[in-house]
Design a protein. Sequence first.
Lengths: 441, 222
Amino acid sequence: MSLVQFLIGLLIGLAFSLFWRMRFNQKLKRLLLALEIPGIDSALPLISRLRRGVTLANEQRQLLESEIQTWQEILQIAPCGFLMVDEENQLIWCNEQARQMLNIDRWEPGQVRLLLELVRSYELDVLIDQTRHQQQPIKQEWLFHTTYSNTETGEYQEHLIPKSLTIRATSLPLSKGRVGVFLENRQALVELSQAQNRWVSDLAHELRTPLTSIRLVAEALQDRLEPPLSRWVERLLPEVNRLISLVQDWLELSQLETDSSNHLRRQPLDLHTLICSVWQSLEPLYNAKNLKFNYFGPQSLSIEADESRLYRVFLNILDNSIKYSPEAGEIRVVFNIYPETGIPQFVEINIIDCGPGFPMSDLPYVFERLYRGDPSRKRQTTSTTESEGTIKSTTTGSGLGLAIVRQIILAHGGSVTAKNHPQTGGAWLKIELPFEKSVND
Amino acid sequence: MNSSPFNSPPERINFERSLRRLERDVLRMGALVEQSFRLCHQSLFNRDLAAAEEIPLIDKQIDQLYRQIELDCAALITLQAPVAQDVRLLSAYMQLVRDLERIGDYAQDLAEISVKLFPYPPHAYLSEIATMSHQAQAMLGMSLVALADLDAEAGSRVKQQDDVVDTAYETFYQRLAGQRDIQGVVEPILLLVLVIRHLERMADHATNIGQRVAYIVTGHRS
C-alpha cells in the first residue's frame, strides 16, 4: 500500500517537474529569440546556445561602445566646437573646442545641466529651440560675449573686461528631441577684414596731404613754365587729380561703411529736380556724344534724404552710363512709386542705357570695391581721355563708383540691383528708396 | 533637480520638468537683461547709437518673459503645493524676475540718456564711470552664475561688490555736484548724475538677486 502511495507521489512529482522543465525551455527559447543573434548552431543544447548568444551580444556591445568611443574622440579633437543637448536643452556632451569657445568651465562629462546654466547665451538657446521646432539644420552667426565671472571670484578687474567672439553655429536636429550644434570661431576672419578696411582707409588718409601739396606745386609750375616744358606739367596735373579723387573716394567709402546712417543729413528734396540738375552738370560729356535723356515718371517726387549723397549716387550712375553709351544713344530714367494705390511705401528708380551692359559673369561683383568692367574697354576710355583731352569724366573711373552708390543707398535703408536691360541690352540699375522715414519724421 | 527621475511618482517628474522649464526661462531672461546692459554700456561709453536702438526690442522680450514667469510660478505654487526648497525657489523666482526686469528698464533709460548725451563732447569722468558700469555688469554676471549654480556663498559675495559701486556713486556724486564755474549748459552733468544713479540702482538689484539665491539654498534671509 505504502509502495503504491510512494509511486503515485513520485509520478505526480515527475509530471510537475517535466511540466516546469518544458515551460523553462520555452522561456529559454524565447529569450534566445529576443537576443536576435543569427548564426548560433541549433544542434547545441539550449543552455550552451544561450551562453553563446550572450557572449556574442556582449562582443557586439563592446564593438559598438568602442565605435562610440572613437567617434567621441574624433569629435573631441575636431577643429570646431560641438555640443549636444537633450530635449529640455540640457547639455549632454560637448568637446574641448566648444568648452574653450563658450567658456564652459563648470561642467564635467557625465553631468547633465541646463545649457543656459553654463552658457548664458540667449541666441544659442533660441537657435536650439528653433532647430527642434523646425526639424531642420539652421546656420546662424552672432556675437558671443564672455562673462565677467570667469575669474575665481567674479570680481571685476581691469584686464578682464569680457571679450566678444563672432561665432557661427550650425545646428542639426537629432533623434528624441536632441539637438547637436557645431560652433566655428569666426573672430579672426572678422578682425582680419576690419583690419584690412582700416588699413586702406588709414593709407588713403596719409596719402591725401602729400598729394594735395603735389597738386599745388604742379599748378604753380604750370603758370611759370614755357612750352615745351609746360607740356610735362600739363600731363602731370590730370594724373595727380585722378589720384586725389581716388583717395577721396576711398575715404568716403570707408566713412560710409563704418557709421552708415549716422552721417546722413536728411532733408526734404525733389528727386526729379535732383536728377535733372545732375544731368545738367554732365552736359559737356553727353553733348560730345549726342546723347538723349528721357525721363518717365511724376514731375515732382518729394522724399526725405541726404541731398549731396543722392547727388553723388546719380552722378556716379549717369556718368557710367554716358561713358558706356554709343554715339547718339539714349539714357532712360524711370521712376515708379509702389504700391501704386494707397500710401506710397517706396520709390523705384530705374536708370537704363543702351551701352554694351555688364558682362554676365561680372554681375555679382559690380558693387564690389575696385570693380571695373572689361579691362580692355577700360583702357580704351583712358587713352581717349588722354589723347583728346576734351572728354573728361567727372568721376575718375576709380572702380569705387558703384561701391559708393551701394553704401549710400544702404545707409538710406534702400537697396540697389544691377542687371542688363532685356530690350536695350545696356546696363540697368534699379534703386529702391523707402518713403517710410519721411512719413515718420 | 538633484533627485533622480527613477522611483518618483509621475506627478513629481512632471513637477520637476516644469521647474526646469521655469529655470530655463529665468536664465534666458537673465541672458537678455545682461545683453541689454551690455548694449546700453556700448551706447553710453562708446557712443554707439546703433546699440541703443536695439534695446527697446530686447526690453519687449524681457517684459514678455517676466509676465510669463510670474504666471507660471503662481500656477505651480497653487496647483502643485510644493514644499521646502521648492516653494522657496518659486517665491524667490517671482521676486527675482522683478529685479531683473528693473535692471532691464534701467538699461533702457540709460540708452535714452546716451542719445541725449550724444551731441555733447565726452565728459572727463566718462571713462571712470565706465569702470563703475563694468563693476555693475560683473555683479549682474556673478549673481546670474550664483543663480545657475544655486550657490549661496557666491550669492552673498555679490553684496561685497555692491559696497564698491556704492562708494563709487558717492564720490562721483560729490565730484559732479561740486563742480563750479560750468561753461555752457548743465545738461551733460545732470545726465551723468542720472547715469551713476541708474548704475547704482542696477547694482542694488543685482545684489538682491544674489541674496535671493542665498535664501533659496539656506532658507535664511540675511
